[in-house]
Design a binder for this molecule. Structure first.
Ligand SMILES: *[C@@H]1O[C@H](CO)[C@@H](O)[C@H](O)[C@H]1NC(C)=O
Ligand SMILES: *[C@@H]1O[C@H](CO)[C@@H](O)[C@H](O)[C@H]1NC(C)=O
Ligand SMILES: *[C@@H]1O[C@H](CO)[C@@H](O)[C@H](O)[C@H]1NC(C)=O
Ligand SMILES: *[C@@H]1O[C@H](CO)[C@@H](O)[C@H](O)[C@H]1NC(C)=O
Ligand SMILES: *[C@@H]1O[C@H](CO)[C@@H](O)[C@H](O)[C@H]1NC(C)=O
Ligand SMILES: *[C@@H]1O[C@H](CO)[C@@H](O)[C@H](O)[C@H]1NC(C)=O
Length: 391
């Protein structure tokens, strides 16, 4: 019997002969966020299965509130310094980005930095310097709550300045340009302040759209899909946000969709009334649950109970007694990746890699891409998917 590896290599050679350079330029990215201080489970950096991603993003660095330079605590600096080398061991062609901001970042520090020309310069030069020092290939700007038109305007100026400095630095250092991305709200309209989409289109390589957070037990006593792809009764859904971004001037191929590896548990009012939109009395188990915690809980308390899937909203849920958990399992993940493909988005990002269980969700997302790609391109070829996907 011919060894598997030879068959796989032969198949890839065949693919690349058929497609020529287009296979290398496949316009599709698979991003994994890694947040090392997330409080929930901690996955050692060396355990990140980077073979499942094209880009891995390390979150977060922040901005120093007096110097306005990129700031790392000594503990973070130690982890960051080896992050890229460690992640590349399993996949030398993966790119790493450093994300700046996050929920713990001080809103007013970001606001002051973006507004003031000399503070912006401090931030820009220190960010590029640290990215290069630790071999990151890009920077991801994740300002959580820009909420005034002045913030939005300043952010546009900041992106413009960052991109100009990145171009200059690449020329001077004779290296390829750092990638520049941002993490943004699910829709470009945040209260009355809109994102600077024209500047973003021009200066960012892509944006990570936070297509989630539409509901939770903290804000609603009705069970629901916190990351609904569709929702006919409100604008709080991913499809609406994506269409708004595109209508607002950001092209589909700059948009990267969120695959949330977490969910929420509601305590039902009446165990019999347990669909989506059922009355609840607050949260159950914990305010926020990672996919790993949800699967552990199900294994412990109801492995016999089927995880259900609702294709209207695109969400999985599991319910037993008074507990109702809404989350994205493989069905929802598959549907979202198919959506991103269909809308010709640039790809998806997972939030976050540590919450996966044996890489089930990350693999599901990655496989669908390869499968659709293969089916579209080689519908005549009999594909042994088992063989094609083996690593
Ligand atoms: C912020 O920068 C100032 C001035 O460079 C420095 O003294 C201070 O230690 C920095 N703070 C942190 C938290 O790094
Ligand atoms: C930026 O901040 C510096 C130091 O506080 C100040 O001197 C300068 O006037 C500010 N520039 C702008 C444009 O606000
Ligand atoms: C913007 O967000 C910040 C931080 O969450 C908050 O302090 C501020 O009041 C908000 N401003 C407006 C206009 O909503
Ligand atoms: C820049 O890099 C290219 C390719 O690596 C190399 O051929 C060229 O000599 C370099 N130029 C300078 C000025 O270092
Ligand atoms: C999804 O849930 C909603 C709300 O309960 C319901 O109206 C809809 O029919 C469900 N969709 C499917 C495909 O079951
Ligand atoms: C949900 O119901 C509980 C119990 O009635 C109440 O304490 C809580 O404030 C409600 N939560 C919301 C978001 O309305």
């Amino acid at each position: 019997m011919m060894p598997r590896i030879i068959i796989i290599v032969a198949f890839y050679i065949f693919l690349s002969k058929q497609l020529g350079p287009s296979i290398a330029q496949t316009n599709w990215i698979r991003v994994g966020y890694y947040w090392y201080s997330s409080g929930h489970q901690f996955l050692p950096i060396s355990d990140i299965n980077s073979a499942l991603f094209t880009h891995v993003i390390c979150a977060y660095a922040t901005v120093n509130s007096t110097s306005y330079q990129l700031s790392l605590s000594p503990a973070n600096e130690e982890r960051l310094s080896t992050f890229t080398d460690t992640v590349k061991r399993k996949n030398p062609s993966v790119s790493t980005l450093l994300s700046v901001g996050g929920p713990d970042a001080d809103y007013s520090t970001f606001s002051s930095m973006a507004k003031n020309c000399s503070y912006r310069k401090s931030f820009i030069y220190s960010s590029i310097k640290i990215a290069r020092l630790y071999s990151f290939q890009g920077l991801d700007f994740a300002w959580q709550n820009p909420n005034t038109s002045s913030d939005m305007f300043s952010m546009g100026i900041l992106f413009q300045g960052l991109k100009a400095a990145i171009g200059l630095e690449a020329k001077n250092s004779n290296q390829s340009q750092l990638i520049l991305t941002a993490r943004v709200n699910y829709s470009p309209m945040v209260s009355s302040a809109g994102y600077p989409t024209v500047t973003m289109q021009q200066h960012l390589n892509w944006v990570h759209v936070v297509s989630s957070g539409y509901t939770s037990p903290d804000v609603s006593n009705l069970t629901g899909a916190h990351a609904a792809l569709y929702n006919p009764s409100t604008v709080d859904n991913t499809d609406y946000g994506i269409r708004e971004w595109i209508n607002g001037g950001l092209s589909a191929n700059k948009l990267v969709l969120c695959l949330p590896f977490y969910g929420y548990a509601w305590a039902l009012k009446n165990p019999i009334d347990n669909g989506i939109g059922a009355p609840a009395t607050g949260c159950a188990i914990d305010v926020f649950l990672t996919y790993r915690e949800i699967k552990n809980y199900i294994d412990q308390y109801g492995p016999d109970v089927h995880v259900r899937y609702n294709s209207t909203d695109v969400v999985n849920y599991w319910t037993k007694g008074k507990i109702w958990i809404g989350f994205d399992d493989v069905d929802a993940i598959r549907a979202k990746v198919a959506y991103a493909k269909e809308k010709k988005l640039l790809g998806y990002y997972v939030w976050q890699v540590s919450s996966d269980v044996n890489w089930v969700l990350s693999r599901t997302a990655g496989k669908l891409n390869e499968l659709l790609y293969a089916i579209n391109t080689f519908s005549s070829i009999h594909l042994n998917s088992d063989l094609y996907f083996s690593e």
